[in-house]
Design a protein around this ligand. Structure first.
Ligand code: XMP
Length: 519
């Protein structure tokens, strides 16, 4: 990546470090996130960053053993931007003073611009006021030599500081979050204007470089890939196919628990349009048989995960095996996060993935997306010519519709009912132009029968819940506030068009305390 003038983000454990990386990449600049202990003079020399950003973090600079930026950061001759904790440790390490603030400042704050600064280029001029998002307990109280204040806020007299000579900058607020509306432009100015990066890291460039790298890794070997119907495996398949053509075999194990039309689309796009060598195994009867009578969510996940591996292995063997296994691992899965809390976290749900496959099958991995965020994967999918319906699709859990039948066993009839209701709901969401504003929307068939009346007859059928949430990463979520007319329209269609359902409710729980899926 050296040819793309990368930027390094040094992580001190902030919840929003990944957002810094996304803003930097939106400016067309490649960047990586490293936990602070990984930064040494040698690792920096090997990576060759054109600029360094120090993230926020939960620690207090005033504590003796608080994490510090490795000294090498300030000795590269490249610009450094400290954000929140990053600003405080930079100021402290350069000889300034940081103290516990009397008043902690969390949330929106009004910033006043006092002087011009390269970061503000074409964004703010002296005298402007702007909204920013603060979240800090410490604050800077005296600046090191060479620094000046260029903006302040009522609780942060050193909200933005600059040392123009050394090109060191510090922001007390978080420019990476949406609550700092101009924050993206400040980060853009840092990487393009201050660091002088060209901004030439595009998906078109990534595609070409990635194809070269896959060819180099695979040589004359063969590659196997499990298609799931989701975005990540689809984009990986299209990319690897472009790189190695016929030497890629895709195995699509259809567990019969996909959304409506999804399985057919996989076959249509990959076999018919891209001409990929595709093994399509309809194993729905096998999965349904093994799930028979099982109503425990973790047991469902375990059965589906194990059966998937078993069928995949059998199909791979029939196809003659392969030297490599391609997987759609993304960057958020490989970032080493710095944890200050320690201790094991509680397993809320065991998310099924096929992570055990490569060791079992003794294959080397090809993971071309492991430097990308989800939105970049979508952009790459478009670049590769995948259909929009496949690229912009909401996330879908590996165990599929099985975990949208809470508290009950999976049967073919229930899956069919749920799938139809889900399709009507998604169709109405698309028709209303809301699909892209929602992270995930789906129906959940409840194990409750309720009384209704249709025509003159009494009905005794299932109730269905609708769920729609907004989120940036699935870790936290808010319910989507549909208007009543929309919900009424969807409920009316489902009750009229799906026999077996006579009542529709809407789930308005956020995460936490709820989770996105019902089980
Ligand atoms: P929860 O329900 O934990 O979901 O709030 C967060 C995100 O993870 C998805 N999810 C799964 N994905 N296997 C998966 O591959 C699973 O078992 C699983 N359970 C939940 C969920 O759809 C949401 O996007």
């Amino acid at each position: 990546m050296a040819e793309h003038q990368p930027v390094l983000i040094v992580d001190f454990g902030s919840q929003v470090t990944q957002l810094i990386a996304r803003r930097v990449r939106e400016a067309g600049v490649y960047c990586e996130i490293w936990p602070f202990p990984r930064v040494t003079a040698e690792s920096l020399a090997a990576f060759g960053p054109h600029g360094i950003i120090l993230s926020g973090g939960p620690a207090s600079v005033t504590v003796e053993d608080a994490p510090r930026a490795p000294g090498a950061v300030f000795e590269q001759g490249v610009p450094v931007l400290g954000i929140c904790y990053g600003q405080q440790t930079m100021v402290h390490q350069m000889g300034g003073r940081v103290a516990l603030a009397e008043e902690h400042e969390y949330g929106r704050a009004g910033l006043t611009v006092r002087d011009s600064c390269a970061l503000f280029d074409r964004v703010w001029t002296p005298g402007d006021t702007a909204q920013v998002w603060m979240s800090h307990g410490d604050r800077v109280e005296a600046l090191p030599e060479g620094f000046r204040v260029v903006a302040d806020s009522p609780n942060a007299p050193y909200a933005v500081v600059a040392d123009d000579e050394r090109r060191f900058y510090g922001l007390q607020f978080h420019p990476e979050v949406a609550h700092t509306p101009d924050g993206g432009k400040l980060l853009r100015n840092f990487v393009l204007t201050v660091c002088g990066c060209r901004g030439d890291w595009t998906m078109a460039a990534f595609r070409q470089e990635s194809i070269r790298a896959i060819r180099e890794q695979v040589g004359d070997g063969t590659v196997l890939l499990g298609l799931s119907g989701g975005v990540d495996s689809a984009v990986t398949a299209a990319l690897v196919h472009e790189a190695v053509g016929e030497r890629l075999t895709c195995v699509f194990v259809d567990h019969g628990l996909l959304r409506e039309g999804e399985g057919e689309e996989v076959v249509r796009v990959f076999r018919d349009r891209f001409n990929v060598r595709l093994v399509h195994r309809d194993a729905s009867y096998l999965f349904l048989g093994r799930l028979s009578g099982v109503d425990d969510p973790e047991e469902k996940r375990r059965i589906i995960g194990n059966t998937f591996i078993e069928v995949f292995e059998a199909e791979a063997e029939k196809a003659g095996g392969a030297d490599f296994l391609a997987q759609g691992t993304l960057y958020p899965d490989v970032i080493e996060s710095v944890s200050f809390t320690g201790g094991p976290s509680v397993t809320i749900k065991s998310h099924h993935n096929v992570g055990g496959l490569p060791e079992r099958m003794n294959m080397a991995l090809v993971e071309p997306l492991k430097e990308l965020f989800k939105d970049e994967v979508r952009a790459l999918g478009r670049e590769l010519g995948l259909p929009e319906t496949m690229v912009d699709r909401h996330p879908f859990p590996g165990p599929g519709l099985a975990i949208r039948l809470p508290g009950q066993a999976v049967t073919a009839e229930k899956v069919a009912m749920l799938r139809r209701a889900d399709a009507i709901y998604l169709e109405e969401i698309r028709n209303a132009g809301l699909y892209d504003s929602i992270w995930q929307a789906f129906a959940v068939l409840l194990p409750v029968k309720t009384v209704g009346v249709m025509g003159d007859a009494r009905t005794h059928d299932h109730a269905l819940a609708l769920r729609a949430v907004t989120s940036t990463d699935g870790m936290t979520a808010d319910f989507y506030p549909f208007d009543a007319a929309f919900l009424g329209r969807v409920a009316n269609r489902i009750v009229n068009e799906v026999p077996g359902i006579n009542r529709v409710t809407y789930d308005c729980t956020s995460k936490p305390p709820g989770t996105i899926e019902w089980e």
